[in-house]
Design a protein around this ligand. Structure first.
Ligand code: ATR
Length: 283
């Protein structure tokens, strides 16, 4: 069957969701792959999540992405959870199975790693430790990705130490939890530091960290994409470090979703990246 013989229907479920840039990107891929279809923003309140998910099949959806605040709640609703989503403790993508059941997975870790490898192809997992700041859902996906890639030491600093400690106990000995006050010194000898907290996001304070100990060769990464350059990334850039913003993570996590839904591998083209970035500059 050619891509013009079927309807490709997917979307993103969140609350609120009107700010999401996912429809822009997925609908670009619809066009790029000559698919007749649509990717919709689905504004669903937490109290309506189960009903909305059960409507995906009768409405003809192939699958959907799941975003804030539904990523954890979805674990309790879908019929099957793969090992990745179960380890990360959050679902970012649902695929309708042939029998109509819902399979939940998590592609955020892939998005982070694929973006890192595309933007900084010389980065090597075995070249030294990494620092991850924050221990929430996004941190779990990033830590999973780094471990999957073979990083042997991940220094995990979080404002609430107990959360970092819990994550370390679950993920294993590669994760070294550190108290919040150690966040500055933790940057010594690392190849990469990743901010997974909300600090630096529009409307939030900048991340409170000194970069004095960060090696010049290290990459500073942020998973935030509003703004595209957080104060943390600006500070890193000014002292000569290479940086990585969060938009590429969003773009790349869409690739496995398309493979799961439509058996098509879409491409993150420079044109797509530019389109997404310029849509954010307008904010
Ligand atoms: P997400 O799913 O997007 O990761 P989350 O699970 O709410 O969101 O996690 C938010 C992260 O940002 C947490 O690590 C949080 O630290 P705590 O565990 O101490 O709450 C971190 N964070 C939020 N506000 C912060 C602040 N003002 N300073 C430092 N870290 C902060």
């Amino acid at each position: 069957m050619s891509n013009t013989d079927r309807l490709f229907l997917a979307g993103v479920i969140g609350w609120p969701v009107s700010h999401s840039r996912s429809p822009l990107m997925h609908n670009y891929w619809m066009k790029q792959n000559k698919c007749i279809g649509l990717y919709l923003p689905l504004a669903v309140q937490p109290c309506g999540l189960a009903t909305a998910l059960s409507a995906l099949k009768p409405l003809g959806f192939t699958g959907c992405n799941v975003t804030i605040p539904h990523k954890q709640m979805t674990l309790k609703i879908v019929d099957k959870i793969d090992e990745t989503a179960s380890t990360i403790g959050a679902i970012s993508c649902i695929t309708l199975q042939k029998d109509g059941s819902l399979l939940g997975t998590n592609n955020d870790w892939y998005g982070f790693m694929a973006n890192l490898k595309q933007e900084h192809p010389d980065w090597r997992a075995n070249a030294g430790p990494a620092v991850v700041i924050g221990a929430g859902g996004a941190s779990r996906a990033v830590c999973y990705g780094l471990m999957h890639e073979g990083v042997e030491e991940i220094r995990l600093v979080n404002r609430t130490y107990a959360k970092a400690d819990t994550l370390a106990k679950q993920f294993g000995k590669s994760i070294k939890p550190l108290p919040w006050k150690m966040r500055h010194q933790a940057l010594e000898d690392v190849t990469i530091v990743i901010n997974t907290t909300n600090q630096g996001m529009v409307g939030e304070l900048p991340l409170d960290i000194s970069l004095d100990h960060l090696p010049n060769s290290a990459i500073a990464a942020d998973i935030i994409y509003v703004p595209l350059e957080t104060p943390f990334l600006t500070a890193a850039k000014h002292r000569g470090n290479r940086t990585l913003n969060g938009i590429g993570m969003l773009l790349h996590q869409g690739i496995p979703a398309w493979k799961q839904w439509f058996s098509i591998e879409p491409v993150v083209t420079p044109e797509l990246k530019e389109m997404m970035e310029s849509s954010l500059i307008k904010i």
